[in-house]
Design a protein around this ligand. Sequence first.
Ligand code: XUL
Length: 508
Amino acid sequence: MSTTPVDDHAIYLGFDLSTQSLTVVALEVAHDGARVVWEHSIRFDDVLPQFKTVDGVLPNEDPAIALVPPAMWLAALELACDAVAASGLPLERLAGISGCAQQHGTVYLAADGTFSRETSPIWRDSSTSRQCREIERAVGGAGVLAARTGSRAFERFAGPQIRKFWQTEPDRYASTAKIHLISSWLASVLIGGEAPIEPGDGSGMNLLDLARGEWWPEAVAATAPDLPRRLPAVAPSHTVVGRLVRQWQQRWRLPAVPVVAWTGDNPSSLIGLGLVDERTLGVSLGTSDTVFGVMAQPRVDPAGIGHVFGAPTGNFMGITVFANGSLTREHLRDLYGMSWSAFSDALDHTTPSGDGGLMYPWLVPEITPVVTECGLRRVGLDPTNGPANVRALVEGQLMSHRLHSQWMGGEPERLLATGGASANTALLQVMADVWQRPVEVAPAGASAALGGALRAWHGVAASSAWPLSWSEILGRLQRPRSRVIEPRREYAAAYESLLTRYAAGVPQ
Ligand code: XUL
């Protein structure tokens, strides 16, 4: 193990700007190990009500449209820095900052750095189907786009969103000098300059040549005219993109620390969860549910639903995203007037497939599988039976996870659960039963923010004379032992047949 000058109780900050909140963690690195010593979270709706968001998004009559004022994210970053300054942390030992953001959202800047578009489309926007088909056609088909960029065109991806902006608001597109991802824009704010996009988040744009790690000219040309000069550079994930800008140093009495490239929340979670080999698959239960893991090779989903992103480790990650996550679980809980504990009881006191019914959990437009005409779909399920509906919803979500992540290659040995709902043991038992694999519960909730702090440490070390490998870094991270929930073998057969029935009703 190498000993570096930055090991002397250095503090690294990691941010995570998600859909509904901004979280920041401080990681202290000492000779006997590294540990999270402070964590703070801000919920946008609560602390920044002037922006009038609901669950972090501006309400819109059209369920396909999801826009957010980026000024709110900036205000949240400033509030988080207020909290850092007031934390009592020994900030003179701050050695690096990095972070991540919800993926795909784009921020549009005029030449003077002001917003040329006051609202940013985010990942929940599904209004660009036409643009997706246009881009795919122009590059020679969805398969060609997926093979190059890791994904066929997706409504929420940056490229189709940029194309829609150019088509619908050509004047404002013309006055746009730079188009950033949320992640690269926040890093740019911190350095008071222009931060590059790194491959993990860049692969959520339908613009990046994944194998080469550079913009793919055909996709760029198919997206909007004169786009190359509007795109930031691409740089490896461990790049130090600059130092904290002087105004931010002065305002919060922070040192001129290096800022490491920001990435997307999913690649960042991969690091925060320590998922660096193919044996473990991560399942994040949040606003969106995601199933993800490292891939040594960039395998592409033949069904065109899953994505391949760059991984901060330098190889690849596979990810399948389900839009109907916690908000859909909350909706059902409320529909049946339950508390979370009653929701868990409903799972504990029902058996697989409940009364034989199935539920397809598509309350909002679904990404996986593509479902635009949304609404919960019950099959053989009595809508007045709350517990049976709760079980059918959770089973529907978890079977969907299993079904739609097979393309990532082989069966994982175990699952690692994270996100808000990973605190729900009853739900994780259903997960273990559906997959027939042990489910380990990730210790810290803030894995994406922790990934930011670990990436800050890794990037700063990589730029020094004492670089550290990912296994050295993760080996030094001290975290509480995690709980493991074993599958109940007696339900294996029941879920095999339920999966077959469920799969038969999934649109192709
Ligand atoms: C990933 C995706 C979501 C967002 C949510 O493709 O759309 O997981 O990153 O934060």
